[in-house]
Design a binder for this molecule. Structure first.
Ligand SMILES: NC(=O)c1ccc[n+]([C@@H]2O[C@H](COP(=O)([O-])OP(=O)(O)OC[C@H]3O[C@@H](n4cnc5c(N)ncnc54)[C@H](O)[C@@H]3O)[C@@H](O)[C@H]2O)c1
Length: 255
């Protein structure tokens, strides 16, 4: 249990909601913010004003107001984000590129900076940014992969910036994670569940609660010497995805 509050962006749904629920169960005082704020089950407090991570004025005034209302932020989870649209290169619309980069990269940076400078003044805090295995590999989601690679880089830079003032900054990179957003992509036919599972060493997708466990560890004193890392939580997607070139991953013997 940490002193102060843990702020979770994108906390009304998906990985953010699973993380906020777990952190509250662990006894933390959790506040969630979202562009479409909705309460979640469990003990997390909802910040009811819409909080758009891509708006600098909303982020700067919102962080000040949240600390005024609920006390100092000692833990931050940057889970707000949107998926990349899959397009052939020629079809990438630059307005869509800007939207993905603005929310996923610029938004993550702005929230981390607004909260982190306050943590640095207090010489205490931990930040976890949600990146993606997409930021470590290539794919036809041009802006998203670039934005998520940027999140991994920003994480290291901020870890170096604040390492001597007691603020740790880390990233997690989920593989394909069974959130409503991903299920919708599968239902629409944009993604194929069997293909998503086939390339993971463990032959399955990741549960939001599994990403939440990794984030909770990176926020907790149990990871007190860990800063600047990017921890994949991907059911072995990175390990297994290149095996297609060699005929695919081995199938378990029939039991
Ligand atoms: N689900 C996956 O397979 C997967 C894999 C790798 C990385 N991720 C990343 O994890 C994060 C969460 O994804 P998810 O699957 O839980 O998605 P989700 O859509 O279920 O949840 C994202 C939340 O962020 C909020 N949000 C969107 N734009 C926002 C904005 N501008 N300001 C504030 N809140 C905003 C949404 O309202 C939503 O509540 C994203 O950064 C995503 O890129 C997801």
């Amino acid at each position: 249990m940490s002193e102060g509050i843990v702020l979770v962006t994108g906390g009304s749904r998906g990985i953010g909601a699973a993380t906020a629920t777990l952190l509250a169960e662990q006894g933390n005082n959790v506040v969630i913010v979202d562009i479409a704020p909705e309460p979640i089950a469990g003990g997390a407090i909802l910040w009811s004003a819409p909080f758009d991570v891509a708006s600098e004025s909303v982020v700067v005034s919102g962080i000040a107001d949240i600390e005024k209302a609920h006390g100092p932020i000692s833990g931050l989870v940057n889970a707000a984000g949107i998926f990349g649209k899959m397009h052939r290169l020629e079809k990438v619309r630059m307005e869509q590129w800007d939207r993905e980069v603005n929310i996923d990269l610029r938004g993550t940076f702005m929230v981390a900076r607004s909260v982190g400078v306050r943590m640095a003044q207090r010489r205490h805090g931990a930040i976890v940014n949600v990146a993606s295995v997409a930021g470590m590999t290539s794919g036809p989601i041009h802006a998203y992969t670039a934005a998520k690679a940027g999140v991994i880089q920003v994480t290291q830079t901020l870890a170096a910036e604040w390492g001597r003032v007691g603020v740790r900054v880390n990233a997690v990179s989920p593989g394909f994670t069974r959130t409503v957003a991903l299920e919708a992509g599968i239902a629409s036919g944009a993604m194929d569940k069997a293909l998503l599972e086939r390339h993971a060493a463990m032959g399955r997708m990741v549960e939001p609660s599994e990403v939440a466990q990794a984030i909770a560890w990176l926020l907790s004193p149990a990871s007190s010497a860990v800063t600047g890392i990017n921890l994949p939580v991907d059911a072995g997607f990175l390990a297994g995805s290149t095996w297609g070139a060699y005929g695919g991953l081995p199938q378990p013997p029939a039991s």
